[in-house]
Design a protein around this ligand. Structure first.
Ligand code: PLP
Length: 835
C-alpha cells in the first residue's frame, strides 16, 4: 500500500478543521499573496517571471474556494438527496482565475490589493495557461453546464480525464496549419487537488471464467487482467456568489506497483518496467477529432477507463453513505452521458453491480436503465461510434459478454413488438453484422437509458425522424429536446466587463442569475443616449480585438469597419469555404470598381482542423492565401481586410465575441446539431447571418426575423435537392459565382503552385457535394449585402445589436440545466451552510 493511502491510527480531532473564515478584503488577500509569493514559492525582488505572481494568487484564491468546497460536500452528504454525474471525455474549461474571482465576488478587492503591491491583475491573469481538455462545442458545453449546476446549487459532479496533453497548439506557417503539443501541466496546476486516497483499479484484457459463489449461484469473474490505476484530481467549480463549490473529478492513469514476474524472472527487467509506461499512456493525450470518430484502440481504453473509474467512485460513495444495499440506488443517482463517448458505462455499471456487488441480472438492469441518460450531439454518419467486436473481445471480454446479453434480451423485446420483422431486428441490433461485426455505441446508449435528448429543437426532431426512428417508435417517451445554452458569467460578465457594467446600471444586476431579465433592455433600444453608450462599448471591444489581430496576424483592422467573424472548428459542414467564396466575391467587386456605397469590412476566421482531415487543412490554406492577396492589394485599402487567427481557444473567444458585429453561422441546414458559438456572439450584441440550422432557428425566433440575416436551403430543402443537385448548372447561371470560380480556377491564389486548391474546387463542383456550397452561394451574398446596408445605418444597427443581447436570455445554460433537472434528473437544490 502506498504511503499516501496508508491510514493513520491517531486520527486528528475536529479542531484541525476548526478555522475562522479567510479574509475577503484587499488587505487580507494581499497578506496571503505576499506569504505565498515570498515564503511558499521563495521568490525575491530578482524574480522577473509573471508566473509566480499568478501561482501565488491562484493559491490565495484556492484557499477561499477550499473552505466553501468542503461545506458544499458536507451539505450534499447531510441532505442525502439524489445526485447526478456528468460523464464526458472532454471538459473545455478555459482559464480559472478570473472566473473564480468573479464568482467569489472579490475581483475588485484582488485588483486593489495587487495594485498596492505594484502588480497589474490583467498581466498576472494572462499568464495562466488555457487548459484545452476538449475539442470544441461538446467540451465547452460540459464546462458551461458545470458552471450552471454550481450556480443552481445542484449536486452534480463532473467526471473526465486529466490529459497530460490537451488540444494541440495551432501555428500557421506559410499559410498552413502546424500542430504543436500542448503540455499544459508542465508548470503544475494550482487549481487541482490530488486525491490518491480515492484511487481505483481498472481492468483490461484477460479472460472470463464462471464459478459458484458462496450461495451456490453461478457467477462470472474477469481474471488474468492487466490493471491500471486511476488516480483522481479534483477541480473546484464555484457557483456565482452563492457559497457553492462543486467538483470536477479528472482521472489520471498510473501503473500498478506490481512487477510482471514472468518477465522479471526471464531477466527482462527493463521491459517489465517499460510496460508500466504503457499504462500511463491512457491519459497522455486528447484525441483531436471533432465530429468524427477515431477507431484507435487507445481511444476505447480511454472511454472504458473513464467509465469504470467513475462508476467505481460513485458506488464507493454510495456504500460509504448507504451501505451495500442498492435497492434505492436508482432513486438517488443519475448518470448523464455526453455523447456516446462514455456509453460503455451502461455495460460497466451492469458488470460492477453483478460481478463485484453480486446483484442478479434483473436487479442490475433495472438500475442501469433507470440511472443512465444519453445526450446525442450529431447526425453526421462519420461521427457515429462503432467499435469492432474483435477489439472489445480482446480488450474488454467481460463487457462484450454483457453487451451480447443486453442485445439478446433487447432483440427478444423487438421481436415481441414486431413479430417476424427480422429486417427491423437487424436494423436495431446493438451489433452491426458484416465482415467485421461492430458494436453500435449509440444503440447501446439508447437501450440502456431512460432519457435520450438532442441539443436543439430541429436536431431532436431530425433524430426521431431519421437516425433513431425505430427506437422512437418503440419508446417514444424516452426522447426529448434540451436546447443548449452557455454560461452568462464567462460569456458576458467576465469577458465583457464594460457591458456588464452598463447592464447593471440600466436594468439592475439580476440578469446574471436570471438571464431572461435582459428583456428589460428592449425599451432602451429606442433611447439615443443609451445607444451611444452601447456603441462606445462595442467600439472599445473592437479596438481590443483589433490589437490581438494585429499582434497575431499582422493585419490592421480599422474599428469603424464591420467586424465579420467566423470562429469554430474547421469542418466542411460548417462551410468556412462559403465564407471565403464571399470574400473572393467582394474582392472581385473591388477590382471591377463596383464599390459604390460600400461598407468597409474586416473578415476574421479562426479554428483548428483535425490533423488527419486533409480537406479542412486545405481550406485553412485557402483562407490564408486569399487573405494574403486581398490585404496586400492597394485597391482594397479602407474597404476589405481578411485575417486567419491562429490557435482559436476559449481565452481567444473571450476577446473575439465582445468585439464582433456580425456572427457567421452558415452551416448546411440539418448538419449543425445546435452550435453554442452563435449564442456567445448574440449575448455580446452581435447580429447573426445564418441558415435555418441548429439553434440558429431558435435564435431567430427569439430576436425576430428583422434582426437576423437569414439565407439558404432548409434542412428539408437540402434533402430533397440532393437528388437533382447540379452545382455546375448553378455556377453557369450565376455570373457572380462564375467570376469567383474563374478567379479560383485561374490559380490567382496559388501562383506558381498549380493545382494546390484543385480538391477544394472540385468539392464545390461535385454533384454529390454533401454540403451544397454552390446552392447557398447566391442567397448568402444577398444576405451579406443586407447586413452591409444595415451596418451603414448606424442607429438601425445599434438597435439590432441591443435586441440581440436583450433576447438572448433563453440561451443561458441555467435555463438548459433547469430543464435537464425538471425532466431528467429531479435533483433538489442544496445550498451549503454559510461560513
Ligand atoms: C463555443 C466554442 C466552440 C463551439 O463553437 P461552435 O460555433 O458552436 O462550433 C468551440 N470552441 C471554442 C473554444 C468555443 O469557445
Amino acid at each position: 500500500m502506498s504511503s499516501l493511502t496508508n491510514p493513520i491510527k491517531n486520527h486528528p480531532n475536529d479542531h484541525v478543521f476548526d478555522l475562522p473564515p479567510l479574509p475577503m478584503d484587499a488587505e487580507g488577500l494581499a497578506r496571503d499573496f505576499k506569504r505565498y509569493y515570498a515564503h511558499t514559492f521563495g521568490r525575491d525582488r530578482d524574480c522577473q517571471s509573471a508566473y509566480y505572481p499568478y501561482k501565488a494568487l491562484a493559491i490565495t484564491l484556492r484557499d477561499r474556494l477550499m473552505e466553501r468546497w468542503k461545506r458544499t460536500r458536507q451539505a450534499y452528504d447531510d441532505a442525502g438527496g439524489k445526485r447526478a454525474y456528468y460523464l464526458s471525455l472532454e471538459f473545455l474549461m478555459g482559464r480559472t482565475l478570473s472566473n473564480a474571482m468573479l464568482n467569489l465576488d472579490i475581483d475588485n478587492a484582488v485588483e486593489t490589493g495587487l495594485y498596492d503591491l505594484g502588480l497589474l491583475l490583467e498581466e498576472i491573469a494572462s499568464s495562466e495557461p488555457d487548459p484545452g481538455l476538449g475539442n470544441g462545442g461538446l467540451g465547452r458545453l460540459a464546462a458551461c453546464f458545470l458552471d450552471s449546476c454550481a450556480t443552481l446549487q445542484l449536486p452534480v459532479r463532473g467526471y473526465g480525464l486529466r490529459y497530460e496533453y490537451g488540444m494541440f497548439r495551432q501555428l500557421i506557417e506559410g499559410g498552413e496549419q502546424v500542430e504543436e503539443p500542448d503540455h499544459w501541466l508542465r508548470d503544475g496546476n494550482p487549481w487541482e487537488l490530488e486525491r490518491p486516497e480515492f484511487t481505483q483499479r481498472i481492468q483490461f484484457g484477460g479472460r472470463t471464467e464462471s464459478y459458484r459463489d458462496h450461495a451456490g449461484r453461478m457467477a462470472v469473474r474477469w481474471v488474468d487482467t492487466h490493471d491500471v490505476l486511476a488516480v483522481p484530481y479534483d477541480i473546484p467549480v464555484p457557483g456565482y456568489r452563492n457559497e457553492t463549490v462543486n467538483t470536477l473529478r479528472l482521472w489520471k492513469a498510473a501503473a500498478t506497483d506490481e512487477f510482471d514476474l514472468d518477465e522479471f524472472n526471464a531477466g527482462s527487467y527493463p521491459e517489465s518496467v517499460a510496460q508500466k509506461n504503457a499504462a500511463e499512456h491512457i491519459t497522455m493525450v486528447l484525441y483531436p477529432n471533432d465530429a468524427s470518430e477515431n477507431g484507435k484502440e487507445l481511444r476505447l481504453r480511454q472511454q472504458f477507463f473513464l467509465a469504470s473509474a467513475s462508476i467505481k467512485d460513485v458506488l464507493r460513495d454510495w456504500i460509504r453513505l448507504h451501505g451495500p444495499d442498492f435497492t434505492r440506488f436508482a432513486e438517488l443517482n443519475c448518470f448523464q452521458l455526453n455523447d456516446t463517448h462514455p456509453a460503455v458505462s451502461v455495460a460497466e455499471l451492469m458488470r460492477q453491480l453483478m460481478d463485484e456487488h453480486h446483484l442478479e441480472w434483473e436487479a442490475a438492469w433495472n438500475i442501469a436503465r433507470q440511472t443512465m441518460a444519453y445526450t446525442n450531439h450529431t447526425l453526421l454518419p462519420e461521427a457515429l461510434e462503432r467499435w469492432p467486436v474483435r477489439l472489445f473481445r480482446q480488450l474488454l471480454p467481460r463487457i462484450l459478454e454483457i453487451i451480447f446479453e443486453i442485445n439478446a434480451r433487447f432483440l427478444a423485446e423487438v421481436a415481441l413488438r414486431w413479430p417476424g420483422d427480422t429486417d427491423r431486428q437487424r436494423r436495431m441490433s446493438l451489433i452491426e453484422e458484416g465482415y467485421e461485426p461492430q458494436v453500435r455505441m449509440a444503440y447501446l446508449a439508447i437501450v440502456g437509458s431512460y432519457s435520450v435528448n438532442g441539443v436543439a429543437a430541429l436536431h431532436s426532431e431530425l433524430l426521431i425522424e431519421g437516425l433513431f426512428r425505430d427506437f422512437h417508435e418503440l419508446w417514444p417517451e424516452k426522447f426529448n429536446n434540451k436546447t443548449n445554452g452557455v454560461t452568462p458569467r464567462r460569456w458576458l460578465s467576465m469577458c465583457n466587463p464594460e457591458l456588464h457594467g452598463l447592464l447593471n446600471e440600466t436594468i439592475g444586476s439580476g440578469w446574471v442569475r436570471n438571464l431572461e431579465e435582459l428583456a428589460k433592455l428592449v425599451p432602451f433600444a429606442e433611447d439615443a443616449a443609451f445607444r451611444e453608450r452601447w456603441h462606445g462599448i462595442k467600439q472599445a471591444n473592437k479596438a481590443r480585438l483589433a490589437e490581438v489581430v494585429a499582434q497575431l496576424c499582422r493585419v490592421e483592422f480599422p474599428v469603424d469597419a464591420l467586424f465579420d467573424v467566423q470562429v469554430k472548428r474547421i469542418h466542411e459542414y460548417k462551410r468556412q469555404l462559403l465564407n471565403i467564396l464571399h470574400v473572393i466575391h467582394l474582392y472581385n467587386r473591388i477590382k471591377r470598381g463596383d464599390t459604390e456605397s460600400w461598407t468597409p469590412r474586416c473578415v476574421l476566421i479562426g479554428g483548428k482542423a483535425a490533423p488527419g482531415y486533409v480537406m479542412a487543412k486545405q481550406i485553412i490554406q485557402l483562407i490564408n492565401r486569399v487573405a494574403c492577396v486581398v490585404n496586400k492589394d492597394p485597391a482594397t485599402a479602407g474597404l476589405l481586410r481578411v485575417a486567419f487567427v491562429p490557435d482559436y481557444r476559449v481565452s481567444l473567444m473571450e476577446v473575439i465575441a465582445p468585439g464582433t458585429d456580425l456572427s457567421e453561422q452558415i452551416s448546411t441546414a440539418g448538419k449543425e446539431a445546435s452550435g453554442t458559438g452563435n449564442m456567445k456572439f448574440m449575448m455580446n450584441g452581435a447580429v447573426t447571418i445564418g441558415t435555418l440550422d441548429g439553434a440558429n432557428i431558435e435564435i431567430r425566433d427569439q430576436v425576430g426575423a428583422d434582426n437576423f440575416f437569414l439565407f439558404g436551403l432548409t434542412a428539408a430543402g437540402v434533402e430533397s435537392r440532393r437528388h437533382h443537385y447540379d452545382p455546375n448548372g448553378i455556377i453557369a447561371n450565376d455570373p457572380e459565382l462564375m467570376d469567383v470560380m474563374n478567379l479560383l480556377e485561374s490559380g490567382h491564389f496559388n501562383q506558381f503552385e498549380g493545382g494546390l486548391f484543385d480538391a477544394v474546387i472540385m468539392s464545390i463542383r461535385n454533384p454529390h457535394d454533401p454540403w451544397m456550397t454552390a446552392a447557398d452561394f447566391h442567397g448568402y451574398i444577398e444576405a451579406q449585402e443586407c447586413a452591409a446596408a444595415a451596418y451603414r445605418d448606424r442607429e438601425r444597427w445599434l438597435r439590432m445589436s441591443v435586441f440581440n443581447t436583450a433576447h438572448s436570455g433563453y440561451f443561458s445554460s441555467d435555463r438548459t440545466i433547469g430543464e435537464y433537472n425538471e425532466t431528467i434528473w429531479h435533483l433538489t437544490p442544496t445550498p451549503p451552510a454559510s461560513l
